[in-house]
Design a protein around this ligand. Sequence first.
Ligand SMILES: *[C@@H]1O[C@H](CO)[C@@H](O)[C@H](O)[C@H]1NC(C)=O
Ligand SMILES: *[C@@H]1O[C@H](CO)[C@@H](O)[C@H](O)[C@H]1NC(C)=O
Ligand SMILES: *[C@@H]1O[C@H](CO)[C@@H](O)[C@H](O)[C@H]1NC(C)=O
Length: 396
Amino acid sequence: KDQSAIEDWQKLTFKYMKTTQQRRKKFLTVGISSVSPLEESNLLYTLDSLFRTSSKAEQKHFTVLIHLADSDLTWLGETVARISSLFSPEILAGQLLLIHAPSDAYPPVDGIRNNTYSGEFYSKQNVDHAFLMSYASNLSDYFLLLDDNVFCGPNFVSHIKWKVTNMNSKPWVLLEFSNMGFLGKLFHSRDLPLLAHFLLLFYREKPLDRLIPHFRTLLLQKNPVLCRPFLFYHRVSHPSFDDNWKTSTVKKKDSYRPDNPPGTVFTDMKAFDVHFPWEAYTLDESFFWTYNVSVGNHLTVLLSHPVNLRRVQVMTGSLVEGKYTLEKGQVELGYTPERMSEFCTSFTLLGRLLEGQLDQEVFPKNIGHSVSCVRLVVKASQVGGLMIRHISLWEE
Ligand SMILES: *[C@@H]1O[C@H](CO)[C@@H](O)[C@H](O)[C@H]1NC(C)=O
Ligand SMILES: *[C@@H]1O[C@H](CO)[C@@H](O)[C@H](O)[C@H]1NC(C)=O
Ligand SMILES: *[C@@H]1O[C@H](CO)[C@@H](O)[C@H](O)[C@H]1NC(C)=O
């Protein structure tokens, strides 16, 4: 609580992290500080998204570090128990670390400038993050700051690696993989002790998302570097989905979830080296990212066997801002008249996209019978990015 405590804080942190320090350094630490109530399961959802959107190989390159920053010990116990039961493989593999800073380690967190509730809130939030960052400083080469209510683009680690490599020798302090709050901010881990110290000095001045740009300019990066497509988005709560998710965290199969029978995806739209076309047909939050599409371009799911479809949903555009949608497009169902044919030769219009989306029961019913292809066709050229989030199919 006095000045000497601030000087000691670094030493204290190291004392408690000796064993983790001895592990081999990874490429990335994903840091999250959480105080949200357990009922909302946002943190659990975020963890699930982090691990589910990454391949086994990619998981070797990052550690997820969670600071459970609520002083309520009942909450702490319940959250630890819940996370340990759902993510025990990740914990045992050292891919998931949970930490908690005792409340007597905190400096006073009232707002000095402005004695309001929000001042108090962000003061504590800044200190929560100072502890998080201080703990993370020797775990990896880079540190990615998230919060506890996000979903991630697929293969985000590979994408970040690619971006970092492409910065070559250009010096940077902060790369931003989201333009929201303090979400998706990437730092060099070597800067973390300084950043933690900075937060402990100025925690009462401003909220975290406004302190970070100051830190960036102090370390002489004048302008923000935004890295598109953004890899992290805030999750919009959806009650029915949340309920489903809660009851089926381990086994994810229920009537709300699409069936997406086996098939291959092909397209004549340009593909980036991340966000591949097939990612539009997976059942997670991955997506296909392309740009500058022309009339007649298509993305086609060729099903391994003809199926009877009950419902089709095609979503384009980013979930939160609704950007990068396909402005004019339509969805068609295709058939293979000849048994041996590998491609669909006849197509029927199912419907047109409205604001980049289509969600439709198949009607009349018979056009949903023995469907072999579902394709999205571009009806007007458009310049710029296009995000095809998913094609979901429900069988009869
Ligand atoms: C950081 O970790 C390495 C091992 O990866 C260890 O040798 C070193 O002492 C640690 N540094 C600090 C400051 O703890
Ligand atoms: C405290 O901050 C809020 C929001 O920044 C502002 O509206 C309010 O006037 C401030 N109160 C005082 C006493 O300065
Ligand atoms: C897309 O088209 C615009 C306008 O023709 C062009 O300036 C831009 O470079 C293109 N984007 C890509 C990624 O090729």
